[in-house]
Design a protein around this ligand. Structure first.
Ligand code: AMP
Length: 214
């Protein structure tokens, strides 16, 4: 099973991607997570990516395309994969198609999650993540039992640099300009579907499962 899970920042790709990948026993490949790992390890790639990420702009295509090709051809991806945050523009989508056909693979589902801009801003601005285990909380919708502390592992919670309100607005603008055109790129394919992501975690999950059954 090979899936592209797309949609604007804050729509819930990470949360739903984790759950779907676990159920389907496929790897969840999130370029944002991979890049944040590189940044925290201060690798050369991470140092190159950091300024782009903090500003809410894209890391150069060749960097992310290289990362993806390496991951999807690893033995751990033999059952399939769910791509979250890639492709993010038409160049990346074309590269993905080339890569897949080169390795004799295809996409089973291309899912676009959608929500209103107000909801996205609210979700992103309230988001807090655990620095130790990566688990996500929200200041209003799912606050931790103790402020600033992860319920699961006791780790310290932090706000992503790019979840500041000014950067959020910029990220949503970049999404409209660069990623939204992918709707046209994929919309003719049988694998394509759209899912309303305004709802609880469980409601949206059910919709995703249903959309992928059709
Ligand atoms: P995300 O965690 O998906 O919101 O990604 C966080 C940041 O990582 C983005 O704002 C970009 O700076 C960078 N990034 C993630 N995926 C990509 C991609 N496919 N192409 C370019 N930059 C990316």
């Amino acid at each position: 099973m090979r899936i592209v899970l797309s949609g604007p920042p804050g729509v819930g790709k990470g949360t739903q991607g984790d759950r779907l990948a676990e159920i389907l026993k496929i790897v969840h490949i999130a370029t944002g997570d991979m890049l944040r790992q590189e940044v925290s390890e201060k690798t050369e790639l991470g140092l190159r990516a950091k300024a782009h990420m903090d500003a809410g702009t894209f890391v150069p295509d060749e960097v992310v395309i290289g990362m993806i090709e390496e991951r999807i051809t690893q033995p751990e991806a033999v059952n399939g994969f769910l791509l979250d945050g890639f492709p993010r523009n038409v160049t990346q989508a074309e590269s993905l198609d080339e890569m897949l056909s080169h390795h004799d693979m295809g996409l089973d589902h291309v899912v676009f999650m959608e929500a209103s801009e107000n909801l996205l801003v609210e979700r992103l601005a309230g988001r807090m993540l655990c620095g130790a285990c990566g688990f996500g909380f929200h200041r209003h919708y799912s606050p931790p039992r103790k402020e600033g502390v992860c319920d699961r592992c006791g780790g310290e919670l932090y706000q992503r640099h790019d979840d500041r309100e000014d950067v959020i607005v910029h990220r949503l603008h970049v999404y409209q300009e660069q990623t939204a055109p992918l709707l046209d790129y994929y919309s003719d394919r049988p694998a394509f579907c759209r899912v309303d992501a305004d709802g609880t975690m469980n409601e949206v999950y059910e919709r995703l499962v249903l959309a992928m059954k059709d």
